[in-house]
Design a protein around this ligand. Structure first.
Ligand code: SAM
Length: 233
């Protein structure tokens, strides 16, 4: 998959995307991430990307022209892809959306700044707007990196064990069960006996019970997930 990012802060990306699993995915040719400086698509001496909002109000708004020109220069004529505007007003990033995006050949991700982006970008350029949660950050760069990381995990071969994305929090309606590793006892805290028992059936039952109890305690809003079959262990 190829992902193009449009931003006024291109230097923010490499410390995050050039490490660990995402770097390995790029080395393996599974991901091709290209970060573009929006200011390269301006035509004035000061390389202006923002202007005052019509109607008044605090702060500045990102101008439409450089964003349209950038996306149109990057986007091939007939691409099986999606242009995404990062926005706190967009649809929420979920595993379902991430899987859908991971099946595409190309993504273009537009990062807003200031008070946001001229709404004609949402209306006439982006295929969808995506939010990473109900809070407002200073810019779309961190949200874009969250989206890339989340989508990349669903691309075949990126994660060594693909079962990992099937048996984790949110994928089956529940939060994941608690995990333990060696030693069996640490500072007086013991690993639950059942996990040492070797009985796959008992372990599966225990994990399911724990997943349900955790979800009820921490995220009661997930207890009756709409249209999702909870995992039965
Ligand atoms: N004034 C806007 C509003 O109230 O909806 C918020 C603008 S925010 C300060 C600047 C940029 O950060 C946005 O254009 C968007 O690209 C990005 N951003 C901030 N929070 C985000 C979130 N939760 N999800 C996705 N993008 C976000």
């Amino acid at each position: 998959m190829r992902i193009d990012v449009i931003t006024i802060f291109p230097a923010m990306f490499s410390p995050v995307l050039n490490e660990s699993i995402i770097q390995r995915a790029q080395d393996a040719g599974l991901l091709d991430i290209r970060v573009h400086d929006l200011r390269a698509y301006t035509h004035d001496k000061r390389r202006t990307v923002d202007d005052r909002p019509y109607g008044g109000g605090p702060g500045m708004v990102m101008k439409p022209e450089p964003l349209f020109e950038a996306v149109e220069a990057i986007r091939p004529q007939a691409s099986a892809g999606c242009t995404i505007l990062m926005s706190p007003q967009g649809e929420r990033l979920t595993p379902v959306l991430a899987k859908k995006l991971a099946s595409m050949q190309r993504l273009i991700v537009v990062c807003g700044r200031y008070e946001g982006v001229d709404d004609r970008v949402r209306e006439g350029l982006a295929d969808r707007s995506v939010s990473i949660g109900d809070y407002v950050l200073t810019g779309g760069e961190l949200p874009a990196m969250v989206l890339i990381d989340c989508v990349a995990r669903y691309i075949g071969g990126v994660i060594g064990n693909e079962k990992a994305t099937e048996e984790e929090s949110f994928s089956n309606g529940w939060l994941e069960y608690p995990q333990y590793t060696r030693p069996p006892e640490y500072r007086g805290m013991k690993v639950p006996e059942v996990l040492l028992s070797g009985s796959h059936e008992e372990i599966a039952k225990w994990r399911h019970k724990q997943a349900v109890a955790r979800t009820q305690a921490a995220r009661p809003d997930l207890v009756q997930p709409k249209g999702e079959e909870p995992w039965t262990g």
